[in-house]
Design a protein around this ligand. Structure first.
Ligand SMILES: C[S@@+](CC[C@H](N)C(=O)[O-])C[C@H]1O[C@@H](n2cnc3c(N)ncnc32)[C@H](O)[C@@H]1O
Length: 279
């Protein structure tokens, strides 16, 4: 029996599926540890984890969004409980059910499978599959009106669970990578991007925002890692501000990426992004 392939199980704003082929040439063919400190939906991790590629021996994934991290951990450690809870959501799915789940706060549950089912259900049924919270951490994406959303893809979740066997998933700010990465490791930083214009920012993956000082701190962390012999690859928008931030020793590569380009998420276009490399 052929097993279904593993791959991203969440749709995440800024997801890197379309950029993976532009990132891969900047990674060494084999190395010890892969670090992805803004993991989100983990598109690059899943591309690298494919058996035919798998250049790393060990992987450490992290994110500042605790609900997201508990979701990854539950899929890794207890996938059948996540699937059972998602099947209950799937059989009750309606606009009213969505609104009731959206209003419920999963954080108090001691069982990470409850948090995972809450997040995956909302991700599959909310408008555009976005995860967005207000400053109080309340999920605020409207109902998605999909005719027949796939709420529980059990084959994919089981495959992801096998891929995550032995992978560390941590709730941590990106700076924690400084304590973990060693010479010869690879770090891929995919932060909330510098906005392309004053009105286009999307920085609400967590209750906090990712502002200009965070972008500078990230650049400094990247420099410190590269100095110690870590290969660092970053993504960001191609704007004059980002080019100014990442001067040599960083090398910049421009890529055009197909994206939804307005806040309603219904107009497509290409957006220039940078792949930024050091170390
Ligand atoms: C652009 S998304 C990553 C998308 C991901 N590469 C993918 O393919 O789906 C940015 C992620 O950074 C996380 N984040 C925001 N601020 C952070 C911080 N200070 N430290 C670590 N993670 C942070 C967000 O929760 C979000 O998941």
């Amino acid at each position: 029996m052929t097993l279904p392939p593993s791959g991203p199980f969440l749709k995440w704003a800024g997801g890197k599926r379309k950029v993976v082929s532009a990132l891969l040439p900047h990674l060494p063919p084999s190395f010890r540890t892969y670090h992805e400190p803004f993991v989100g939906g983990g598109a690059l991790f899943f591309a690298l984890a494919a058996p035919r590629l798998r250049p790393f021996q060990h992987a450490i994934l992290s994110d500042a969004n605790l609900r997201l991290v508990r979701t990854w951990q539950a899929v890794r450690d207890d996938v059948e409980s996540v699937i059972a809870r998602l099947e209950v959501h799937a059989s009750s799915h309606s606009r009213d059910h969505f609104l009731a789940v959206r209003k419920s706060a999963p954080d108090g549950s001691p069982d990470p499978a409850d948090v995972a089912a809450w997040l995956i259900y909302l991700n599959k049924t909310a408008f555009n599959g976005l995860y967005r919270v207000n400053r109080r951490g309340v999920f605020n994406v409207p109902f998605g009106r999909y005719a027949n959303p796939t709420i529980c893809n059990s084959g994919l979740l089981q495959a992801v669970s096998r891929t995550l066997d032995g992978v560390e998933v941590r709730h941590a700010p990106f700076e924690a990578t400084l304590d973990l990465a060693e010479a010869g490791d690879v770090v891929y930083f995919d932060p909330p991007y510098v906005p392309r214009s004053a009105t286009s920012s999307f920085t609400s993956y967590t209750e906090g925002c990712f502002g200009p000082e965070d972008q500078v701190r990230l650049r400094d962390v990247a420099l410190a890692l590269a100095d110690r012999g870590v290969r660092v690859v970053l993504s960001n928008h191609d704007t004059p501000g980002v080019r100014d931030l990442y001067r040599p020793p960083f090398s910049l590569f421009r890529v055009e990426v197909a994206r939804f380009i307005n806040s309603q998420g219904d107009r497509r276009g290409t957006v220039p992004e940078l792949v930024i490399v050091a170390g």
